[in-house]
Design a protein around this ligand. Sequence first.
Ligand SMILES: Nc1ccn([C@@H]2O[C@H](COP(=O)(O)OP(=O)(O)OP(=O)(O)O)[C@@H](O)[C@H]2O)c(=O)n1
Ligand SMILES: C[C@](O)(CO)[C@H](O)COP(=O)(O)O
Length: 379
Amino acid sequence: MTTAAIIVAAGRGTRAGGDLPKQWQGLAGQPVLAHSLATFAAAPGIDRVLLVIHPDDRDRALALGSGVELVVGGTSRDASVRNALEALAGSGTSRVLIHDGARPMLTQGLIARLLAALDHAPGAAPAVAVTDALWRGEGGKVVGTQDRTGLYRAQTPQAFHYDALLAAHRGHPGGAADDVEVARAHGLDVAIVEGDEDNLKLTFPGDFARAERLLKERRGMDIRLGNGYDVHAFCDGDHVWLCGVKVPHGKGLLGHSDADVGMHALTDAIYGALALGDIGTHFPPSDPQWKGAASHIFLRHAVEMIAQHGFKLANADVTLICERPKIGPHAAEMRRVLADIMGVDVARVSVKATTSERLGFTGREEGIAAVATAALVSA
Ligand SMILES: Nc1ccn([C@@H]2O[C@H](COP(=O)(O)OP(=O)(O)OP(=O)(O)O)[C@@H](O)[C@H]2O)c(=O)n1
Ligand SMILES: C[C@](O)(CO)[C@H](O)COP(=O)(O)O
């Protein structure tokens, strides 16, 4: 039995506003769509995932990574679903789950309930019973009440036997609100499965804040720790750059960039906490544009990555290892500069130093080493 998930994401999200269609806007550090894609990708019983996109969004969709099959959508939701169903024709698909890309909060539990329900019905869809009183309104006044008995709020994913839903779509004139409407027009029974109050559809701008709150609650506290280590050799010169501060010294530090060993270690600690490689991954030394570059460019990039991945910096600790120059007189300024670049309170940034008791390359004053730790917490 082959089961495909179809995520419809070809709409323009006009009611939600924003610079991008709602399904491509950021939510907890990722595009909205990435949340439901990840849930389907990890769900037992789901064999394929098709993402239905607007032609303008192809590059964004490709950037989501491999494993997702792209289908171009139509000018209405039901046309978008139909395109994906047709793309599956002849593939041996037996069951399909149709999901709004604008509903990032779906759970594997809901997917499992729907698949189980398909054993007993050609269609199954989640819904939440209406619990509030219902009114009719006119001109800002209540003009009547509506019996709420037997009323439900429809959600997605909506699950069907594939052949039956394809036939239903082929026979439908268009204009349906959802696939349950299309299926019922074709005479299919659709079982109501317990929905999830949190499985909201992002429709208006305010819905993003609610989804963000719910996702944070669901994830709980996530803590990431990274370490960084760097060494630069001394060369001729009259100053060194350490943690963003120009320190007068009888030698300079040799490096492709400004050789700020402390800032490099800190930058690598942040990349490490996010499992994003190191400075060389993002700013290859083979690339001449980074020759002599100020290291705050690297640190700023790493800090941008923190926010993009849904974290914030809890604290950072840098230790410089050298006999000279003496760091103590500059440590407060170094902390201030680093905190400023990272946009955090200076109390969250520590810079300290140690000698290596004249042992090793730092003891022989051949160079300076630095180690750093960065702790990130979910934002
Ligand atoms: N031509 C369309 C229209 C809608 N959808 C998708 O259907 C889902 C539910 O639709 P809705 O919330 O109405 O999204 P939009 O049409 O994008 O929103 P709006 O009506 O505010 O423009 C969304 O994931 C949307 O991307 C689609 O794939 N193709
Ligand atoms: C399919 C749906 O999500 C069910 O609630 C909904 O009908 C689609 O969104 P729209 O706002 O009605 O276009």
